[in-house]
Design a protein around this ligand. Structure first.
Ligand SMILES: *Cc1c(COP(=O)(O)O)cnc(C)c1O
Length: 406
């Protein structure tokens, strides 16, 4: 979609605003399935925590995607969006046995990531098919907060605990149908991914009745021009070949599963905000926008660099700006960024605003969460209304007036 469309949407729906390009989601989905077209049985479970608007879930369902959910509420949203229980996987971390039981009773495939719950669940429900999440201890990931495969990580069952795991499975006679790993976000090196896959194959050989292998996600997407990204086509070629060879060895066509979040929706998202004030200081020029880390926390949280464009005046002379939010504490989106000359009232567009942006938004500073718009076939669809004052008060219980006065 083009900048002029975005400017028009900001005028129509106000700012700040999230806009998602349906075509981009579709083309990423196709890129991934094409890369693995040589695999007989391929399944994509969209990691919905990246962006869980119901309209986005519906869109992905129409493309043929299934879902990866990490909470019972995500499972409920998925069902609401029209997915059948069989199309949803539950891959939580550290949730209670009760929550796992509840989701399992809905007919959703569960994935267990620790031995304590595995033993309890297996003892109670030996006939329920279970997938286990292993931790291959392969270091991947662009940021320590999102790399989840390393030795001290809280995620998954360590491969060093395999003997204990096997003993639990044997003792409970539970039914293991899948092995899962997710090494973390931002995989740059395909060889590292393939190395982790070998570990998964080694673990898989210990189980006789598998139906699928789930390789998680962690594909890196480009954040700026000439940025490095996971070479999906190359990974597809190499991993498909190895996977097919493994299936032959195993004696069965297993399903290969991926659970991408970022890869499917990151680049489809544009976050639009208006410049409230241009402020010269002794050291820099600040462009202060009508939003903050309450709406887009990734730069402050992960140090992520979202490309920023002045879409109101894209052709102006470039100058250096610090783009900051209106939150009452340090709230920096970009430092010393070269942007086409900014005037107050201009609309700035932040790229890669599809994944972990709206889904991490809050009401901090008692601000409303932005509206969300889906752009499809040259048409806009409002898929979430901007919040209002009633939303801030919802569920709050004021004291009776006389008590509040004491
Ligand atoms: C978050 C998550 C994903 C998605 O990761 P991306 O980097 O967004 O692709 C996949 N699987 C699991 C288990 C996750 O927790």
């Amino acid at each position: 979609m083009q900048s002029k469309d975005l400017v028009q949407l900001a005028e129509q729906f106000g700012s700040p605003l999230y806009v998602y390009d349906a075509d981009k989601i579709q083309s990423q989905y196709k890129r991934l399935t094409n890369a693995f077209s040589k695999v007989e049985k391929l399944r994509i479970n969209y990691a919905m925590k990246a962006l869980s608007n119901v309209a986005i879930l519906q869109l992905l369902r129409e493309m043929g995607s299934c879902l990866d959910a990490v909470s019972i509420q995500e499972v409920q949203l998925g069902l609401y969006a029209g997915y059948s229980p069989e199309q949803i996987f539950f891959t939580p971390n550290g949730v209670s046995l009760e929550e796992i039981e509840e989701v399992s009773a809905m007919g959703v495939q569960i994935n267990i990531d620790n031995l304590s719950i595995l033993e309890q669940f297996g003892t109670k429900y030996p006939n329920v098919p279970v997938c286990i999440r292993i931790n291959p201890h392969v270091m991947a990931g662009g940021n320590t907060n999102i790399s989840v495969g390393h030795i001290d990580s809280k995620f998954g069952i360590s491969i060093h605990q395999l003997p204990h795991l096997l003993r639990i499975v044997e003792n409970t006679k539970m039914h293991i149908v899948g092995i899962h790993m997710h090494t973390g976000s931002d995989i740059l090196d395909i060889e590292v991914f393939l190395y982790a896959a070998e570990i998964l194959f080694d673990v898989a050989k210990n189980f006789k009745n598998l139906e699928f292998l789930d390789f998680g996600s962690g594909f890196k997407v480009p954040y700026k021009k000439d940025d490095i990204e996971t070479d999906i086509e190359e990974l597809g070629k190499k991993l498909s070949k190895r996977f097919n060879a493994f299936c032959k060895e195993y004696g069965k066509d297993l399903t290969l599963i991926f659970e991408p979040g970022k890869f499917l929706v990151s680049e489809a998202g544009h976050f639009l905000a208006k410049v409230n004030v241009v402020k010269q200081t002794t050291s820099t020029v600040f462009a202060g926008i009508d939003s903050g880390f309450n709406h887009l926390i990734r730069p402050m949280f992960y140090g992520s660099q979202h490309h920023i464009e002045n879409i109101s005046h894209p052709k102006g002379k470039e100058r250096f700006y610090s783009v900051v939010g209106y939150i009452c504490e340090t709230d920096t989106f970009a430092n010393n960024r070269r942007i086409s000359e900014i005037k107050e009232g201009d609309i700035l567009s932040f790229r890669n605003a599809g994944a972990y942006c709206f889904s991490m938004a809050s009401n901090y500073n008692s601000r409303y969460k932005p509206a969300e718009v889906l752009w499809q076939n040259g048409k806009s669809h409002l898929i979430r209304a901007r919040e209002s004052f009633e939303d801030l008060l919802k569920n709050q219980i004021p004291l009776p007036v006389e008590k509040a006065i004491v």
